[in-house]
Structures are given as structure tokens and as C-alpha cells.
Design a protein around this ligand. Sequence first.
Ligand SMILES: Cc1ncc(COP(=O)(O)O)c(C=O)c1O
Length: 405
Amino acid sequence: MDLFLTPAGRIMYPGDNLTDVQALREQIPALDGCVYLNCGTFGPVPSQSTDEVVRLLRLIESDGPFNPDVNETVHKVYETARESMSRFVGASSDEIALTRNVSDGINIVATGFDWEPGDEVIITDQEHPSGALPWINLSRRYGIKVRMLPLTHNQDETVASLEDLINPKTKLVFLSHVSTRTGYRLPAKRLCDVSHANGVPIMLDGAHAVGQMAVDVKDLGCDFYAGCGHKWILAPQGSGFLYIDREWIDKLKLTWLGWGMTEEYDLPSLSFESVSEARRFEYATMNWAHFGGLVKSIGVAEELGIENTEARISELATNLKQRLSDIPGIEIESPMEPEISTGLVALSTAGLNHEAPGKWLWDEHRILVAHNAENQWMRLAVAHFLLEEELDRFVECMTELSEDR
Ligand SMILES: Cc1ncc(COP(=O)(O)O)c(C=O)c1O
């Protein structure tokens, strides 16, 4: 699917008059009543995905849970979800474990090593709490040291910082693929190379990468990659995944175990053998219908084409940042250069002297953003489904706040 430009120079998906963006929007009911600038927290879900979740829930309840036919369907849903997810991130399906969320994936890996006092893990100074707490906890439980890599908006500096911090005590490097704080795009492939050159495994947190940009875990060369459907893939909440490079499936220790993840199990002899695939890290009952929704949402994303989505996001976000940076009282905290940017746009609203701009945007204009009134930090998720006129409305609102300072 090729992109094309309107006479005004606007990037659009193929089709007349924004047909494909419109067609996508028509599938997403949450876009009707508001300007949705927060798929960095949760993505709004297309009806076909929600319908699939409901269809599967109805099936299980009408035919009876654990009915053999229903079980077969459940099994297929899981398999299809692993296949879809692996295709989407360039892995093989035996390297994908379905999880509830990104945090699950991080915790599986964090607890999968035999930590000893003095071991070190490197994280960035912009990790989400879910990307920091598991390591802080390990430092309390096992006396490991958490080293902090300071992020700037300079990829060479990021690589150099990792080179400086990594040392013989480093047991794991854990980095966000895209900073949750600013949307800065880390040079993930180069960082994987540095890590491996030092003999250290590396995990990437892809919460804000998967669904908004092309991700190929094999090309990146990471050992572990955690992500979710419920942000940029626009899938139902509770649909996460963890990629584990085949080399690591046996080496990573199991922490949570239960039925469903064993090949053999014998209670009298207290023995068991895990399945050989990454799904050994899944166990017991899950909310499986959600994964049917994930499959549908990945289908939508694939139909649009991730390169098209990425290009549209880049165009919209670059344009928006330029316009916002002209508004007095607003300070852009995200990088301006498209090559190191994503659709996450962070800004300080401190200069607007307004108590709660996020609340005002929602109450008065039905514009949904992530905003922390305490530190006056705002984050916009500029997704591919947004219309230029919606971003115009946002800019007008911020201009009004600026004029009222
Ligand atoms: C970078 C990053 N990692 C992890 C998470 C946690 O995601 P989840 O709720 O899927 O565990 C978030 C949530 O916003 C995030 O931004």
C-alpha cells in the first residue's frame, strides 16, 4: 500500500478523501465523542475486535465452559494470537508467550535470573514504573545494583552512555524501545549490539513501539521484548506478549507455574517437564477471549500497513510539535527531529499558569490527553487515526490557554 500526498502536501492513506483513515475511524466508536490523544495509555478498540471478544465470551457461555468443542476453539485462539503477534514483530510463534500486559513480561524476565548480591542491571532514567519497580525490588531482595542510563535526545550519546555503564558485573540491560516520558526513539539495534559485544543479554520494553512503528525483534537482535496490544495496536486491555529469543527459553528460570505449561507432570515423583516453547511462561486460566480481539486488531494494523501508520504518525506529530512550540507558555519536551521521534509528544504546561489544563481540555472540549496537574506535564499520543482538524482543535485550545495566562 503506497502513501500519497494531497495537493496541500498532506500524507494520507490510499483512497479518496481520507477513505482509509475514515474507514478505520468508523470502526472505532470511542472516536465519535472526543479527540482521542491518549492511546499511549490505552488505545481505543475497533468494533470488530470488541465484537470478537463478545462473540467468544458468548460462545463459551452458551455452549458451556470446558465443553470439548469450546476448548478446541480456545486452543486455536491462543495459537492464532501467538502466530499473529509473532508475525507482527518478526519472531517465530514458539518464541512468544501471551501475557496480560507489558509488566507481566518484564516481571517474567526479572525473576528469571538467579540474582546475586553485586549483580548489576542497567535501566534508563525514563522508565515507566513498571519498567523500574521490578529491578528496584530485586535490589531490595537480592542486593543487586540498578545503574541508571541518562537519556538525552542524542542517539550517539545514548550508545556511549551504555558503553560507559556496562561492565563485567552487568547481568542484564533493560531499556525502553521508546521513552514513555518523551517519545524519544532509542537506537535499539545499536544498543543490542553494544550489550552483546559485552556478553550481556538485553531486554526491550516495547510498550510504545509495537503498533506505531515497524518492530522486528530479530533485526533488533534483542533477547527479550515485552509489549502489549492495548496501546498502539488498539487491542482490548489485557492482551500482552513477551518475546523470548529461542536461545533463552531454556535458560530463563520459571517463577510462576501451573497447569497448561507442562509436557509431563507426575505428582508422586514430584517431577515435571515444561513445554519447550516460550508458552511455558503462560500458565493456568487466562482471559482468552481478549486474545481473539488482539488477533482482529493486529489484522486491522496489518491491513493499514505499519509503514503507512508510522509515516502518518510522524507527519502528524512533527507538524503538531512545530505548531505547539510557537505557543508561549508551552515547552516541548520531546525531540523535534522526526528520525528520533515517535507519536508521543510531551510538553510542560507550567508556563500556562492554569491549574489543570488536562481536566479543562476534557471538561470543555472533550479532548483526551494524559496530564499530571501536579508537575504540569502533558503527554499526547498522536495516533494514525487522528484527523488534522482534530489536532487543529487541540492547537486552538492551547492557544486560548496561552492567551489567558
Ligand atoms: C514503557 C511502558 N512500559 C510498561 C507499561 C505498563 O504497561 P502494562 O499496563 O501493559 O503493563 C507502560 C504503560 O504505560 C509503559 O509506558
